[in-house]
Design a protein around this ligand. Structure first.
Ligand SMILES: *[C@@H]1O[C@H](CO)[C@@H](O)[C@H](O)[C@H]1NC(C)=O
Ligand SMILES: *[C@@H]1O[C@H](CO)[C@@H](O)[C@H](O)[C@H]1NC(C)=O
Ligand SMILES: *[C@@H]1O[C@H](CO)[C@@H](O)[C@H](O)[C@H]1NC(C)=O
Ligand SMILES: *[C@@H]1O[C@H](CO)[C@@H](O)[C@H](O)[C@H]1NC(C)=O
Length: 319
């Protein structure tokens, strides 16, 4: 539902742009383009609000260039270095500390995710983020998954694979962070794997969902570990007989919605758009249909208007 609404409304600015008098011919700064898009949404006072959000979002991005290191980031990076030391010492019997689980928020998620990424790193830092929720967004079905993820923090830290020291855990609660879940277009009950290299490099994202149906087996910590191992080696899913639709799927970097590299994110529009769709979810579908049909009719009428002038020969309209 959310996506189909999203698709419908994403198309509107495009329609509007297509019927605009003259097309943009010279390249413009992303920010200027974004402001133009916002300015073109006439008659909606709410957009000044989005504008403010958008500007604070931009300053977030600028701030992320030299992160000060939030509490989450600090603890996760210090723990990963300590587990690295443990691995380096080669003491197999020593139990590692459970990996800390960072809580992602709308204001701090970029800084938190980039915190462990070293300046000139050539090996990606991997984040395993549980997208979860409570009674509102997950209908109370995410509790078992939350528990499994908590338990897996210890199991993951103790995996023998050396690449585990590049692994960091996070949790995104869609009840507490509905806007961030919209920005990510993330659904509760899913796992996100994000591979981060220093800043301008594209961010590789894979997602995977769990069956939260009451009839389905309760998710366990082993399912989380399987998911982590299957990211590096798809054979693991094969052996565990995970159905294809429950395996990892790549999030397209080229589309609109990729939270780092998508067109909306590049334009700095993902937060305003997320607020827009969050508001939209409160509106009944029939109202949306009415608005869409009204807007598209207006656009079509405007486009047809010059060509319906009396006396104009049909052939002259072709150019
Ligand atoms: C990163 O690379 C740049 C240029 O190659 C170098 O000047 C800088 O010292 C490096 N930084 C670190 C932390 O290694
Ligand atoms: C969620 O719903 C259940 C059952 O309806 C209730 O017992 C529980 O207190 C609710 N939890 C929260 C955090 O509201
Ligand atoms: C998971 O752990 C966090 C703290 O690390 C705690 O706040 C939360 O209640 C735990 N959730 C479950 C379902 O055990
Ligand atoms: C979830 O699991 C149940 C029980 O195994 C199954 O009947 C159902 O089809 C599954 N749903 C999805 C969407 O995979």
């Amino acid at each position: 539902m959310r996506l189909s609404k999203a698709a419908t409304f994403l198309a509107l600015p495009l329609l509007a742009a297509a019927t605009g008098a003259d097309a943009q011919t010279k390249p413009v700064q992303p920010q200027a383009a974004a402001q133009a898009v916002i300015a073109s949404q006439r008659g909606a006072g709410a957009f000044t609000q989005y504008m403010a959000k958008f500007q604070s979002f931009l300053s977030n991005i600028v701030g992320a260039q030299n992160p000060l290191g939030g509490a989450d980031g600090d603890s996760s990076s210090s723990s990963s270095s300590s587990s690295a030391k443990a691995a380096g010492a080669g003491k197999k019997k020593v139990m590692a500390e459970p990996k800390p689980i960072a809580t992602l928020t709308l204001e701090g998620w970029r800084d938190a995710l980039y915190a462990p990424v070293k300046e000139n790193a050539t090996v990606a830092e991997e984040w395993l983020v549980l997208v979860s929720g409570g009674n509102k967004t997950c209908y109370g079905r995410c509790t078992a998954l939350d528990t499994a993820f908590n338990v897996s923090a210890l199991d993951l830290a103790n995996l023998p694979s050396p690449s585990v020291r590049h692994l960091h855990l996070g949790r995104l609660d869609c009840d507490a962070q509905p806007i961030l879940c919209n920005v990510w277009s993330a659904n509760p009950g899913s796992l996100w794997s994000l591979s981060l290299l220093p800043a301008p490099a594209p961010v590789e994202i894979h997602t995977r969902s769990f069956n939260l149906s009451l009839a389905a087996p309760t998710p366990t910590a082993q399912d989380i570990v399987t998911a982590y191992l299957a990211r590096a080696d798809p054979e693991v899913d094969e052996k565990a007989e995970i159905p294809t639709r429950r395996r990892w799927h790549r999030f397209e970097n080229e589309g609109w919605l990729h939270p780092f590299d998508g067109k909306l994110a590049k334009l700095g529009l993902s937060v305003p758009v997320a607020y827009f769709f969050y508001g939209l979810n409160a509106v009944p579908t029939w109202v949306l249909m009415l608005v869409v049909s009204f807007v598209s009719r207006t656009l079509i009428n405007r486009r047809l208007a010059p060509s319906t002038q009396p006396g104009a020969p049909a052939s002259s309209r072709r150019s």
